[in-house]
Design a protein around this ligand. Structure first.
Ligand code: FAD
Length: 474
């Protein structure tokens, strides 16, 4: 009898634990994906993620078809759809890889219970983390809230082996149950605003491995410093692939370990970033309320301001601070933003503009192709000064100095702000200070074709610190 393989956030064939187990069983495999956004509650995939998912499902289906298989797509309630497929195929086993978001964890536990009661054999596996969150606790048995001790605890553990170093042939049934057409899942928006994404990304498993190889053959050497430069291609851009499981951290770490020839700190600094992802999952798992509430609960009463016009200016990259605006437009155009710039724009929103970190997290959720509940929550609470191992709120990034330090020639700004393309590097991060002759040469009219700063840096900083004082004394 067939084995039903339920794909979720593990859209790959290589190093897929549940698939490896299914292959080992030797029975025909029925691969299934169920689109059930309401099961993720308020955190159903956003618009950019849905675009990615559409492409990733298409890619996975092609991979399976190339092997003589199929990907059965369904929409609805997971349990009902699984039961329907089980009934049609006569499957007696259901396998999947685990998820860690609380609503999905609860759902998976219910589905597991219900199917077992139906008499099925159900098993789940780890395929998306090096160390699952329940495997690391402090000396007093508490979950870690600080990265470095967490990392020290897990860094020397032997790396988990790949589930399947080489993918053997899979067996499939002679006929498959009906499948919803991919287009009917309506993952693509009616208005094709995602055209820019198409020139940046190829959301397939093969492309993920290609990106990893490319990164390991070039940028990793200089990653220790290069990772902070948004004007260079210094990072791996693997985050959306890792989120959707088109590549797994075991594969990344194994490929890194193979590069024994690498000199310098690049490879070890990169490995530490993979452990930041693990840490984010650790925090989300142990503190499942954090996507909606600060880990440091007292920050939920911070005196945030709320101004739709201000929020909109930030979202659209119209704040008048070039590094902030370039970041927000990179996000809009490509569905991704460089990490250094994510730190700058998030700090700007919660400090200079005094807006709640949750407003920023929601916008990122809808616009990032790598939107990930664990990493996004950790990142936003880090900037908001209210999360695990967070930057203290009183540390206010200066968007001018950050721009000058990490985009010294203004190449990153020029890429995303065509209106500043002719601005000399000296004034790139302070265009409002440029003399009239330079503005005229560059074709920039502050307040007309590029905004004046939405708030003066010093005023914004002072206002943020005053709000912090007010909050502390309340
Ligand atoms: P690389 O530098 O090549 O790093 C490799 C991998 O390590 C990444 O793909 C990612 O999986 C992991 N990683 C690196 N930095 C971090 C980090 N700080 N936290 C957790 N994992 C990390 N990352 C997401 O994947 N999804 C998000 O929704 C997300 N939201 C963020 C929001 C804010 C406000 C901030 C400050 C950071 C956020 N990050 C998020 C973390 C980080 O910015 C991205 O993981 C990184 O920019 C992805 O680019 P890359 O793959 O080139 O990273």
């Amino acid at each position: 009898s067939p084995t039903l393989l339920w794909f979720r956030k593990d859209l790959r064939l290589a190093d897929n634990s549940a698939l490896a187990a299914a292959i080992e069983l030797g029975a025909p495999i029925v691969p299934v994906f169920i689109w059930a956004p309401e099961e993720a509650g308020a955190w159903a995939p956003g618009a950019a993620s849905k675009w990615w998912l559409h492409q990733a499902l298409k890619g996975l289906r092609e991979e399976l078809r190339a092997q003589g298989g199929e990907l059965i797509l369904r929409e609805g309630t997971s349990l009902a759809e699984l039961r329907d497929i089980i009934k049609t195929t006569g499957a007696t086993r259901v396998l999947w890889n685990r998820r860690y978001e609380s609503s999905l964890r609860e759902l998976d536990a219910q589905v597991k219970r219900a199917l077992r009661e139906d008499g099925l054999q159900v098993e789940s596996f780890n395929s998306s983390l090096l160390n699952e969150p329940h495997t690391a606790a402090t000396g007093s048995g508490q979950p870690y809230k600080v990265y470095t001790p967490y990392w020290k605890k897990v860094k020397d553990r032997p790396l988990p082996p790949l589930a399947l170093p080489d993918l053997p042939a899979m067996r499939f049934p002679e006929s498959f149950p009906w499948s919803t057409p991919l287009e009917s899942l309506n993952l693509l928006p009616a208005i094709p605003w995602y055209r820019g994404f198409e020139t940046h990304w190829l959301p397939t498993e093969a492309a993920a491995r290609g990106r990893l190889d490319q990164f390991l053959s070039a940028a990793v050497e200089d990653y220790a410093t290069g990772r902070d430069r948004p004007d260079c291609d210094g990072t791996s851009c693997l985050s959306p692939y890792l989120h959707w499981g088109q590549i797994g951290p075991r594969q990344v770490m194994a490929a890194l370990a193979d590069r024994t020839d690498l000199a310098g700190a690049g490879a070890s600094v990169y490995a530490k970033e993979i452990y930041w992802r693990e840490f984010a999952y650790n925090v989300l798992y142990h503190f499942p309320h954090t996507p909606d509430q600060a880990l440091r609960a007292e920050y939920d009463s911070f005196p945030w301001e709320s101004d739709d016009a201000v929020l909109k200016a930030w979202q659209m990259g119209q704040t008048g601070y070039p590094i902030v605006d370039a970041g927000m437009r990179q996000l809009w155009q490509t569905g991704w933003m460089h990490n250094r710039v994510r730190m700058i724009v998030s700090s700007f929103l919660v400090k200079h503009l005094l807006h709640d970190w949750r407003a920023g997290a929601k916008w990122f959720w809808d616009t990032l192709v790598d939107a990930d509940l664990a990493s996004n929550t950790l990142g936003w609470q880090w900037s908001g000064g209210c999360g695990a191992d967070a930057a203290p709120y009183f540390r206010v990034f200066n968007p001018i100095l950050q721009g000058q330090k990490f985009d010294p020639e203004g190449a990153y700004v020029k890429r995303y702000l065509p209106e500043l393309r002719k601005m000399p590097a000296k004034y790139m991060h302070v265009p409002w200070e440029a003399p009239d002759s330079i503005l005229e040469y560059a074709g920039v009219e502050i307040g007309k074709n590029y905004p004046a700063p939405i708030i003066d840096h010093k005023v914004g900083r002072a206002r943020a610190l005053a709000a912090l004082e007010q909050f502390k004394s309340a």
